[in-house]
Design a protein around this ligand. Structure first.
Ligand code: HEM
Length: 307
């Protein structure tokens, strides 16, 4: 029997946030290795809870069986199958972690009701996200569905970060305008992430049409959405530099350093993708840094108290 105490809530919600970020990385790896169809069914994988490691474990007519779900390219590839399966396992771990978070949040029902309700909504959303995941697979990874899946993940991150920050007794006192600019920058970053997912959708179409070869030509074929993503990056950089400067001036060195590192790495990974033939490793890197940038800005915003 576990004890319901506030410290347990902090631990559980912290680990849920880490797992949500891990699943974003895993999702990115699944996409850049084209492993999404590594498991053609859901929630089982090739009809099993623990997927096969060899083709001999599958029925001879497995292509026929699993093509019935409308999937055009059913083919067993052990690496792809297990990449997708690990992604799903992290999803299951999130299910357990958010359940514990909800249970532990009961300890705040009297003192800070909002913590319980935020945890409750996160819990429901995680369930919804699991259901959406099944729809993403059955839609054959329809780009629009993939983007919605991403937005829901970010909403969950925000709810968890917010409830986590509500447990902080000590708040950082800052000027009202500075707090507001943190919010604006987080919002602008969210827009940039959404533009990025559109770029990504185009990339997926182009890559497929080129048989996943000639990576150096993918960028050239991107349309206006990429131009917008690149231009919007200037606004994001400007806002971040402004915040970094302000934090430097008032001695918030940790915040200054974390913002600097994340934005510098995010821009560098975007530039590497664009000018160095689109190395696949940098796809999940760029994605996860973008979402980290958003999460960090949002978290700092919630921990600030107006002077
Ligand atoms: C300034 C902050 C930026 C943020 C927050 C950001 C965020 C994102 C996100 C979330 C994606 C979608 C990734 C995915 O769905 O897998 C993306 C895609 C992309 N971004 Fe950025 N980005 C930024 C700046 C840049 C810059 C400066 C460049 C290049 C000049 C760039 C180039 C790209 C490219 C090429 C893609 C497509 C990657 C893929 O298909 O995997 N980004 N961006």
């Amino acid at each position: 029997m576990f004890k319901i105490n506030p410290d347990n809530f902090k631990k559980a919600s912290f680990w849920t946030i880490i797992l949500v970020y891990l699943v974003i990385v895993a999702g990115g790896v699944v996409r850049c290795t084209s492993s999404g169809m590594g498991c053609p069914d859901w929630p089982k994988c090739f009809g099993k809870w623990i997927p096969p490691t060899q083709i001999s474990e599958l029925p001879a007519n497995y292509v026929e069986i699993y093509s019935k779900g409308g999937h055009l390219s059913v083919e067993f590839n052990v690496i792809k199958t297990w990449t997708e399966y690990i992604n799903r396992l992290i999803g299951v771990a999130i299910g357990f972690a958010i359940f514990l978070t909800l249970i532990y949040s009961i300890s705040y029902l009297k003192s800070k009701k909002s913590i319980f309700w935020l945890s409750f909504i996160s819990f429901i959303l995680v369930g919804f996200q699991g259901w959406l995941g099944s729809k993403v697979v059955s839609s054959n990874l329809l780009p629009f569905m993939v983007s919605i899946h991403m937005i829901v993940a970010l909403i969950i991150v925000c709810l968890l970060l917010y409830s986590f920050s509500l447990t902080n007794i000590l708040k950082i006192k800052v000027d009202r305008n500075l707090k507001f600019i943190f919010l604006i920058t987080a919002f602008a970053t969210l827009i940039q992430i959404l533009l990025g997912t559109q770029v990504r959708q185009n990339i997926d179409v182009i890559a497929k049409s080129m048989n996943y070869e000639n990576r150096n030509l993918w960028i050239e074929n991107l349309g206006n959405i990429f131009v917008s993503h690149r231009l919007f990056a200037y606004i994001i950089v400007f806002l971040n530099v402004f915040l970094i400067y302000k934090c430097h001036k008032i001695g918030l060195n940790f915040i200054r350093n974390s913002l600097t590192v994340i934005i510098a790495l995010e821009i560098t990974s975007g530039l590497i993708l664009t000018y160095f033939n689109f190395p696949s490793l940098f796809q999940p890197v760029h994605l996860v840094l973008g979402t980290m940038s958003f999460g960090t800005l949002f978290y700092y915003y919630t921990t600030f108290e107006e002077n």
